[in-house]
Design a protein around this ligand. Sequence first.
Ligand code: DGL
Length: 266
Amino acid sequence: MRVGVFDSGIGGLTVVKAIAEVLKGAEIFYIADTKFAPYGEKSKEQILKHSFDIANYLVQTHQIDALVVACNTATSAAIKELREAFPKLIVVGTEPGIKPAISLSKNGKIGILATPATLKGEKYQLLVDRLSTSSSHITLYEQACPGLVEEIEKGEVDTQKTFNLLENWLKPMKEERVDTIVLGCTHYPLIGNVIKKIMGQEIHLIETSYAIANRLKELSKSCGHLNDGELNVYVYFTAEIHLTMINKILNSWNNGGKIVVRNIHE
Ligand code: DGL
């Protein structure tokens, strides 16, 4: 099986890591679209265009069977259109994990961190409306984090600058004693430790990478995939990328398969 995965940068590698743990016998083609990162501060039309450029490239060049949109922002802007345009592909998207957060939170106070485009998007609003009618005891504290993706892309993870940005954004959540935070951007698990330093180690952080990986496995099995054998990962990027960050993420998993990193900047 050939699986295409994309994000604006290194964030979606948190999803690839989960895929590499649950899926076998597949080739993963990962595109980090650093040329156009960040997506979160672009219009729906721009994000739609970049998502289609990548999907077309993955279909034409790598003949993928499945497409994983490992980006909340691109899912919000483009998943419906991608599903319509590629009806034969398995298409899996990424959504902020509000539902698991509701199940986990003890006091019903839930923080949502995401890009400005995700929080403004219609898809997010629909998700919140749907869940709030069925769970009336919940209060959501939303916070857009403009600039955070760029800092993570630059490798500014354990630095004072990122700490200060997050401390400022998290202040209202801390004051309100939020007990669960949804990481509504696939880059944010990479700064999970910083969030814990600020909010306290007991805070629940919700990321959806394993839910996505399991959904992909389930759908691929129903299409006849045997889920057996080696899994190889090819990481491509469309412009400059912080290789140390990539290596840090890639070195944290070891699935025995091949990992290739390549610049496809044209
Ligand atoms: N990882 C992307 C997401 O999940 C980041 C979007 C961006 O480039 O701003 O939303």
